[in-house]
Structure formats: structure tokens, C-alpha cells
Design a protein. Structure first.
Length: 188
């Protein structure tokens, strides 16, 4: 058995094994759901090196406005005022669900937890699916309006604080994964 293996190895080695070409770095691409369907171009090879599965952040109404008195210990986050009062919207912030975020290669959905890298030959199609996520604030929070935020990006991490990042608009929130791709030219 060992002799057969050695004979086959020497036979192949004596004739030489020729690759179909060498790879030459071309560019780095970052894809997301907004990139649309991408196809690996002819004469190229893609190497998917990383996928990020974290979702976006969305805001939703918690309750009506509160009246807050600003002080040296609690300054207005929008303008720094240390006296006076303002109406402050109470909102919650949560991480968008990622259950439907996926990388789709030639129509086949891959598990995001699979380790890579993935090597893709010319002609392979790449789609990125995302879980739809929406800000549900009503009415919208205008720029310069402080808001009281209960942060629930992770259910074990609940923080409450005043913030001023406005404006926050109702509507769709970007929740796409990011895919890092290295593109190589095939050089004969």
C-alpha cells in the first residue's frame, strides 16, 4: 500500500503539477444589503475574510414627554444649560433583531457563524439579506431636543440617561451585516 502511494506521488511529481494561474491582489470590497446582488467578475476570485452579524439600533416611544430641570449636576445635553427646564421625550433604544440576516452564495444561505474564509470563483453571486427594523417614534424627535433614554441594547445592560443625538426620525433602520472581501486577479 505504501509503495502504491509513493509510486503515485512520484508519478505526479515527475510530470509536475501546474496551477491554473497565480493570484494577484486587486482590491478590497465591503458589501452590505444595500450593495445589491454582486457577481464575482470573470478572471477574478473573491476571498470573503469576515462577516459581521451585529444589527442596527432602533428607537421607540416609551411614554410621553417629561419636564426636566437642568442643573450643574444634570446639564442639558444639547446646549449645556445648567438652569431652566425642558420638555424631554422618553424613548427606548434596542438592538435590531438579526434572525434573518444572511449571506447568500449562488442562492444558498450560509450560516453566519460558519468560520471562513470563503473562496468564490468567477460567476458566483453574492446577496446579503437583512432583518427589517424600524424606528417607531411618533412624533419624530427634532434636532436639538433632549431625550431621556432607556438603553436596552442588551437585556442585561439597562442604562438610563439624557442624550442629544437628534434628529431621530421614524422609519427604516439600516440593519445589514457587513462582508469584507479581498478580490484577486487570476494571472496566467
Amino acid at each position: 500500500m505504501v509503495y502504491r502511494f509513493f509510486f503515485c506521488f512520484m508519478f505526479l511529481f515527475s510530470f509536475g503539477l501546474n496551477a491554473q494561474g497565480n493570484l494577484q491582489f486587486n482590491q478590497v470590497l465591503v458589501l452590505n444589503a444595500q450593495s445589491g446582488t454582486q457577481t464575482v467578475p470573470a478572471g477574478k476570485v473573491w476571498k470573503i475574510t469576515a462577516q459581521n452579524t451585529s444589527g442596527g439600533i432602533y428607537f421607540y416611544n416609551w411614554s410621553s414627554n417629561d419636564l426636566v430641570t437642568w442643573s450643574v449636576n444634570n446639564p442639558n445635553p444639547c446646549n449645556g444649560a445648567t438652569s431652566g427646564t425642558s420638555s424631554v421625550r422618553q424613548i427606548r433604544k434596542r438592538r435590531c433583531p438579526t434572525s434573518n440576516n444572511a449571506l447568500v452564495l449562488n442562492g444558498i444561505t450560509t450560516a453566519l457563524s460558519e468560520s471562513g474564509p470563503f473562496w468564490l470563483p468567477a460567476g458566483t453571486t453574492v446577496d446579503i439579506l437583512e432583518t427589517v427594523c424600524f424606528n417607531t417614534l411618533s412624533p419624530n424627535i427634532p434636532s436639538g431636543t433632549p431625550y431621556y433614554q432607556e438603553d436596552r441594547t442588551d437585556m442585561s445592560d439597562i442604562r438610563s440617561y439624557h442624550d442629544c443625538a437628534g434628529p431621530i426620525q421614524a422609519g427604516a433602520v439600516s440593519n445589514s451585516i457587513l462582508v469584507s472581501v479581498i478580490e484577486f486577479n487570476i494571472v496566467p
